[in-house]
Ligand binder design. Structure first.
Ligand code: ADP
Ligand code: MG
Length: 240
């Protein structure tokens, strides 16, 4: 499937510094179900520069997953603004948001963003095609899987892979697509130490080898030690 409108960054004045990969400005998110209101984010202000690897931590319920969901354009804030590479996500229509996710973003969420009935290779090829990258998709997928030590898993349905292998397939897909912004939600949460190390190393390779900006929600001390910077969320905002 070819994507017609390829993502175009907004023009920026020559004097201005580069756009941050991700910014939130006074973002609120209120979930309403019946009479119950939950304020998940209350005035979230943060900025992640291009090429940074940042770990977001904080107690359960502090708004970490909500933040990632908004950053991915999968839901809208109740108030405030989310910007990615200078674009305000709230101003994008459905089509532009779909392009944003297909071309700018790689998502490594706990629940996976893979098609379980497709093989590892087919998953990456499909993601490349959705991003409008039909050229050499199969070769790129194979090279990326090999680069992350997954060549033996290329033709296995991802539903049959271990948790660590699935995370690595998602990371290999991000690498093949050269996604500029990678969002990961507790990617090592269910892994043993050895697999945790492999996934951390793989995530950082997206930054070092691919120039990607990496935002990873995590409780892991290992991840925390490996990244450039930590952001703590507390009650829906950045802890002072
Ligand atoms: P974290 O990822 O830091 O554990 P979340 O962003 O998942 O936190 O949740 C923040 C708060 O918002 C929690 O109180 C959670 O129960 C609530 N919440 C999250 N998603 C929803 C939803 N879809 N509907 C209602 N409440 C939600
Ligand atoms: Mg969460």
């Amino acid at each position: 499937m070819a994507v017609r409108s390829l993502w175009v960054e907004p023009a920026r004045p020559a004097t201005e510094v580069e756009w941050a990969a991700l910014e939130t400005h006074d973002v609120f998110k209120i979930y309403r179900s019946g009479p119950t209101e939950t304020v998940a984010l209350r005035g979230l202000d943060l900025k992640v520069e291009r090429g940074e690897a940042v770990a977001v931590h904080g107690r359960s319920g502090s708004g970490k997953s909500t933040f990632l969901t908004l950053a991915a354009g999968l839901d809208e804030p109740s108030a405030g603004e989310v910007r990615s590479f200078g674009r305000s996500l709230g101003r994008l229509d459905e089509r532009e948001l779909a392009d944003y996710r297909a071309q700018q973003l790689a998502i490594v969420f706990q629940s996976d963003n893979l098609w379980p009935a497709l093989t590892a290779e087919e998953n990456i090829v499909t993601a490349l095609r959705l991003a409008g990258r039909d050229d050499d998709a199969r070769e790129r997928a194979q090279a990326s899987l090999a680069g992350f030590g997954l060549e033996k898993r290329a033709h296995q349905n991802v539903g049959t892979l271990s948790g660590g292998e699935r995370q690595r397939v998602a990371i290999a897909a991000a690498f093949a697509r050269e996604a500029p912004l990678v969002l990961a939600d507790e990617p090592t949460g269910e892994l043993d130490e050895r697999n945790e190390e492999v996934v951390i190393e793989s995530l950082l390779r997206l930054r070092d080898g691919g120039g990607a900006t990496v935002v990873v929600v995590t409780h892991s001390d290992r991840v925390a030690r490996a990244v450039d910077r930590m952001i703590e969320l507390r009650d829906g905002r950045v802890a002072p």
